[in-house]
Design a binder for this molecule. Structure first.
Ligand code: NAP
Length: 249
């Protein structure tokens, strides 16, 4: 049976590592991106080289219309979705809350919360037997920040990931009787471009590494391996679970 996976924000970082591993395991892959078409197309070529079908889909996860269109295009170009990684996320410029702009806060909530909820809704409409689907698996990408709170850096981002945790709990219970599992990963400090591109604190990783019990940052692939486990039948009795991928932080 074909496994068809969408990874939002799948073209770089944790999302890209997830697409790579998924393709190696035989999933057909929909790679969503918003601006960097070259990164998305390069990754698609890499996935296809592993013998699976892969397509890039441009859609802004902060825009409802884009999200609805993204899922419809996947129906047409790849077929009915069976697996979904709700990964796209931004932080905005690092600051205390009292110094953050309304644009920064709104953009973060639009992508990380509203967009993630609309995307989960569209995924359920493909996976659920109530809509003609045959079940499947959803992994939400939360953050260690949902419990740490992100003080002095991005309290609004931590709050957005708290919403993802609640989404995971509620949806896992709502769908447990429909052969759909919903879990989340909570990554800690992971080496991706998010620190340099989405924030004004590129030295964050180096500054915070001493706080990590394992004494090092994590790789995108280390998070992706956990996501692949939760997606897979190896996790057949796991739902509503949170896996921290934080080196002990
Ligand atoms: P990243 O390296 O910055 O990659 C971001 C990816 O998301 C890119 O593929 C980017 O596409 C896409 N993207 C950004 N905004 C988008 C939008 N509005 N619509 C659609 N796609 C969008 O990020 P990352 O570090 O891998 O983070 C992935 C997830 O992990 C996020 O939810 C983040 O909050 C979470 N996380 C990361 C860390 C960490 O330390 N890295 C820790 C905890 C949680 P383009 O290339 O087209 O811009």
């Amino acid at each position: 049976m074909d496994r068809i996976l969408l990874v939002t924000g799948g073209s770089r970082g944790i999302g890209a590592a997830t697409c790579r591993l998924a393709a190696a395991e035989g999933y057909h892959v929909a790679v969503n991106y918003v601006s960097d078409a070259t990164a998305a197309e390069t990754l698609v070529a890499e996935c296809r080289a592993k013998g699976v079908r892969a397509e890039a889909f441009k859609a802004d996860m902060g825009e409802e219309e884009d999200i609805r269109r993204l899922f419809a295009e996947i129906d047409d170009r790849l077929g009915r979705l069976t697996h979904f990684v709700n990964n796209a996320g931004i932080t905005g410029q690092v600051s205390r809350l009292d110094a953050a702009s309304s644009e920064t806060i709104r953009a973060c909530i639009d992508v990380n919360v509203t967009g993630a909820i609309f995307a989960a809704q569209e995924a359920v409409r493909r996976l659920s037997p109530k809509h003609g689907g045959r079940g499947g698996s959803i992994v939400n990408v939360s953050s260690a920040a949902s419990l740490l709170g992100g003080p002095n850096e991005y309290v609004w981002y931590a709050a957005s990931k708290g919403a993802i945790d609640a989404l995971t709990i509620g949806l896992s219970k709502e769908l447990a009787g429909e052969n759909i599992r919903v879990n989340a990963v909570q990554p800690g400090l992971i080496e991706t471009d998010i620190h340099a591109r989405s924030s004004n604190a590129p030295e964050r990783l180096a500054r915070l590494t001493p706080l990590i019990p394992m004494g090092r940052t994590g790789s995108a692939e280390e998070v992706a391996r956990t996501i692949l486990f939760l997606l897979s039948d190896a996790a057949s009795y796991v739902t509503g679970a949170f896996v921290r991928v934080t080196g002990g932080r």
